[in-house]
Design a binder for this molecule. Structure first.
Ligand code: ADP
Ligand code: MN
Length: 266
């Protein structure tokens, strides 16, 4: 630990303010030395200038808030950094997404968890690029290095992330109408993702959708698959059922899952 610190000091030199911020995130016990070096490299190259505390600590990844100054004299920009964990166990049940995914040599990387997390981060980065390019609201991907992905923070200017749809406080007088319009918005997103991006999210639920100001934002697309993946339609049915169930619980008079499937794929 001490050795790591000395090396960091050597690398960082006078930029100690940033270093302290990076150290604070490190103190949450999740950033190994390799990850710290990647973050410092990103700081040195200006993709990130401050790394803040964790927005989310999950089984497979942690997400941190960060700030960057893309223009020297411009305003700060809020970013999110997703750091994939190199834990073999959490990637075991992910195999089914990779197998049959022609963008990745299936099997070759099995058993090498460092390569596996790099693959997942890469997959998320590419999927985000495709989804963002299609005009679907999602974090804009900024930078990728091994298992560390920098993206736009979906949140306010102070760095507070938008809530998940699960936690969205929609309590206005027209809540019923808002829920209905969100449901229709999501149908459009699923269809566009399928038809334009040629992707199925494959883990779509109220937990992987953020909400702000009557807008839905799609996140967490590392496991999303190409529409020609052998199990893509199975995953799509699951996405439709999970989100349909959620909106039904919120009182929306939804279409049948079957009708949604036809709408998305037709
Ligand atoms: P996982 O579910 O695998 O841990 P997610 O990509 O779903 O990873 O991210 C975990 C949580 O971090 C999300 O539920 C969301 O609250 C937050 N989050 C992720 N990406 C962003 C982002 N770009 N902007 C704001 N919050 C984010
Ligand atoms: Mn998630």
């Amino acid at each position: 630990k001490h050795a790591a610190k000395i090396r960091l000091d050597d690398v960082k030199g006078e930029q100690s303010r940033e270093k302290d911020k990076a150290d604070r995130a490190t103190s949450e016990q999740v950033l190994d030395q390799r990850t710290r070096m990647i973050l410092l490299q990103m700081i040195n190259r200006g993709f990130v200038s401050e790394v803040h505390g964790a927005i989310s600590t999950g089984k497979e990844a942690n997400v941190y808030g960060a700030v960057a100054y893309p223009d020297l004299d411009g305003p700060p920009v809020q970013r999110a950094i997703k750091v994939y964990k190199t834990a073999i166990l959490s990637f075991k049940d992910r195999e089914r997404y990779i197998t049959g995914e022609h963008r990745f040599k299936s099997g070759a990387e099995k058993g090498n968890s460092r390569k596996m997390v790099k693959l997942w981060a890469e997959k998320e980065f590419r999927n985000l690029r495709r989804i963002h390019a299609a005009g679907i609201k999602c974090p804009e991907p900024i930078q990728l290095k091994l298992h560390v992905l920098v993206m736009e923070l979906l949140g306010d200017r102070k760095g507070y992330a938008y809530p998940r749809l699960r936690d969205a406080a929609i309590s206005s007088e027209d809540a019923e109408e808002v829920w209905r319009s969100l449901y229709i918005q999501l149908l459009g997103i699923m269809r566009r993702m399928y038809q334009v991006c040629k992707l199925v999210h494959a883990d779509l639920s109220e937990y992987n959708i953020l909400y702000n100001d009557r807008q839905l934002y799609i996140i967490d697309v590392s496991q999303s698959v190409e529409h020609d993946h052998p199990r893509s339609l199975e995953f799509l049915r699951m996405d439709i059922k999970n989100t349909g169930d959620f909106f039904r619980r919120e009182g929306v008079d939804t279409l049948s899952d079957r009708a949604v499937f036809d709408f998305v794929t037709a």
